[in-house]
Design a protein around this ligand. Structure first.
Ligand code: HSE
Length: 376
């Protein structure tokens, strides 16, 4: 396998290092805008040098961002090259273009590192869905948010200090809003739901709430009730209708999610035959992520295409009624829906996920967290 590697940042460098130890594949060219030189690969600033090289059969995209990653990946598929990418924003956003295109061109398209970093989540979801119906996907999918929430809970760090540490450790995306506003998790949930349920979710129908407004007082309120806050994604399939949403969620101390430390992820599927299966590992970082990119290259060598057949476009319903913890804002809708008070925060009566997120859109300074399902 001869590889054109796009990008030489955190992930690209890791991929290069791991592949340098292998004899079944080689990085032939690296597209990098910086002036670097490498012992075993030609470095170029021009993607066309990869596209026009007929000896390169696989493009590994590790640039991140939507553009020009989309244009490069699309052109590579059109040229009949296999794709391996760690770019969840790219795959989730252009799912309904890139996946059918790859299918029609007969090329392999793998993106295991896009969800869960070093965890073989999508590759296991691919196997799980072959033998049963998938009822549920989701969990803790963002290492940065988990690191921040864990540091605030266990070490009593402030939000700002915990975020700085996550950035210094290289977990956070270049723009931390992608992590802390739940957008990274949103991309990962959409991708997991599409593959698990065999559909193409309309991204507009999937709401995401993040953790940027969480305060030390909120964490103290949760501790006082034996609860831990985690950013959790939920994808559900029931009788042909689908729900998908991302939100801070309170879990009881002692539950598996509550114990997930630092930048780790815990991602779960519920299948009709297997029941619950959870996957735990480092969800971010150079070598964990690069490891799964290289695993995908090995899968390409054995002819694995995409994880599931492309499915029809559909909107998430999100009619579940949940009780929420809400802080940072007061208004009449909240008052009308108040059932209890924790410190200066409101605990709502059951409200639909759709209604809660619609309210949050108009109150960007609020922090919300769903109460445990057992307390609904
Ligand atoms: N910023 C992401 C995270 C990287 O923290 O999980 C891996 O997708």
């Amino acid at each position: 396998m001869r590889i054109g590697l796009l990008g030489f940042g955190v992930v690209g460098r890791g991929v290069y290092d791991i592949i340098a130890l292998r004899s079944d594949m080689e990085v032939a060219k690296v597209v990098c805008l910086e002036d670097i030189s490498l012992p075993d690969a030609q470095v170029t600033k021009h993607f066309d040098d990869v596209l026009s090289d007929s000896t390169i059969n696989t493009v590994v995209e590790a640039m991140g961002g939507l553009h020009p990653a989309y244009e490069f990946v699309r052109a590579a598929i059109e040229a009949g090259k296999n794709i391996v990418t760690s770019n969840k924003a790219l795959v989730a956003t252009f799912y309904d273009e890139l996946i059918p295109l790859a299918e029609s061109k007969g090329v392999c398209f793998r993106c295991t590192a896009a969800v869960g970093g070093g965890i073989g989540w999508l590759s296991e979801l691919e196997r799980a869905r072959r033998a049963q119906s998938i009822h549920r996907v989701g969990g803790i999918m963002n290492g940065t948010c988990n690191y921040i929430l864990d540091s605030m809970t266990r070490l009593d760090l402030s939000y700002a200090d915990a975020l700085s540490q996550a950035q210094a450790l290289g977990y956070a995306e270049a723009n931390p809003s992608t992590d802390v506003d739940g957008i990274d998790t949103w991309h990962k949930l959409i991708l997991s739901s599409n593959i698990g349920f065999g559909i193409t979710l309309d991204p507009e129908s999937v709401p995401a709430a993040g953790i940027r407004n969480i305060r030390a007082e909120d964490v103290a309120n949760f501790k006082a009730h034996g609860l831990v806050c985690k950013l959790i994604s939920t994808g559900k399939s029931q009788d042909g209708s689908f729900s998908a949403y991302v939100q801070p969620t309170l879990v009881h101390q002692g539950e598996p999610e509550a114990a997930v430390p630092a930048n780790y992820n815990l991602i779960t599927l519920v299948g009709s035959a297997s029941g619950r299966m959870s996957f735990y590992g480092q969800g971010a970082g150079r070598y964990p992520t690069a490891y799964n990119v290289v695993q995908d290259c090995v899968d390409v060598l054995s002819g694995k295409h995409f994880y599931s057949p492309y499915g029809k476009k559909i909107s998430a319903v999100n009619a579940d009624a949940l009780c929420y913890y809400v802080s940072g804002v007061q208004d009449s809708w909240l008052e009308d829906n108040r059932q209890a008070t924790w410190g200066d925060a409101v605990i709502t009566k059951p409200v639909s996920v759709k209604a809660m997120h619609a309210w949050l859109k108009n109150h960007p300074d609020a922090f919300i967290a769903a109460l445990p399902v057992s307390e609904q």
